[in-house]
Design a protein around this ligand. Structure first.
Ligand code: IMP
Ligand code: MG
Length: 261
């Protein structure tokens, strides 16, 4: 046992001796380590700085690309959306819709401001929801919203027979009613609505439509307020649908020609 421990202490001493011998060169090594660390941190700092700058450049390039992409989509190749089996391309961007609604609201305000009655805005569900909301925000006189739901379209064509699938949500007897429509196409819906309103005892009816397809409108009806006239093509967006989808699109899209109907 003793022999073993003396051996052990001997080996420890040997180790210590070695250590004290090498300690002579410690100063030199420290210096080396110090220089190495210094140059290392100098280079990592440089690399980090470079990466930071590179990242910033990438970010800038990305935003430039996004701007170019949106310009490209808007002006070179109109943005396209796919709804079920059909493709649509941008026809009227939201900015233009807004401006047209501004103008039409101005006209309605000029005609109705200062009125002593509370005119009814008749929202024709579902297509007119977005238009009614945007229009109402701009009206400066007191008005009330009443809704009804009519249906005539199936797919991309009018069936010709208009059904009232939901009655008026309030009594309009003796009230002035402004029909707020998304689009007047054949005019069947407006003719039917006017009949319903006369039947329910409206004192006067006016028609305000966001869109008008002039070629399609063969009925002899007077439209008091028209925001935008469009060609006779099937459209979607801003409330208008293709078999109930596409109403949420912010811009108005037209059926893409290549696709046919
Ligand atoms: P009208 O009775 O033929 O004038 O059609 C009126 C209704 O048909 C509108 O209120 C719309 O809901 C729908 N409609 C007409 N044209 C289009 C269209 O191009 N896209 C989507 N819906 C339309
Ligand atoms: Mg409609």
């Amino acid at each position: 046992g003793q022999h073993d421990s003396s051996l052990l202490t001997g080996s420890v001493r040997d180790k210590y001796r070695i250590n004290t011998q090498t300690s002579a060169c410690h100063g030199h090594r420290d210096m080396q380590n110090f220089l190495f660390l210094k140059t290392f941190s100098f280079f990592t700092g440089k690399v980090k700085e470079f990466l930071r700058k590179f990242k910033r450049l990438l970010k800038m390039l990305r935003s430039i690309l996004l701007i170019l992409q949106s310009c490209y989509k808007r002006f070179v190749f109109m943005e396209r959306v796919r709804l079920f089996d059909k493709t649509f391309k941008t026809l009227i961007p939201y900015g233009e819709i807004e401006k047209a609604i501004d103008k039409v609201a101005e006209k309605i305000n000029a005609d109705f401001s200062g009125c002593t009655d509370i005119p009814v805005l008749l929202c024709v569900l579902n297509g007119s929801i977005l238009f009614t909301a945007e229009l109402m925000k701009r009206l400066t006189f007191n008005c009330e919203i009443v809704s009804t739901k009519l249906s005539s379209y199936s797919g991309t064509t009018s069936t010709g027979n208009v059904r009232q699938v939901m009655g008026l949500t309030a009594d309009i007897t003796g009230r002035r009613v402004i029909i707020v429509e998304d689009i007047v196409d054949s005019g069947n819906t407006i003719v039917e609505l006017r009949k319903i309103l006369a039947d329910k005892g409206a004192s006067e009816t006016y028609v305000c439509t966001m869109l008008l397809k002039p070629d399609a409108c063969r009925k002899d009806i007077t439209l008091d307020y028209v925001a935008i006239e469009i060609p006779n093509d099937f459209i979607v967006g801003f409330g208008l649908d293709y078999n109930e989808i596409g109403r949420n699109l912010k811009d108005i899209y037209v059926l893409d020609g290549e696709d046919g109907r």
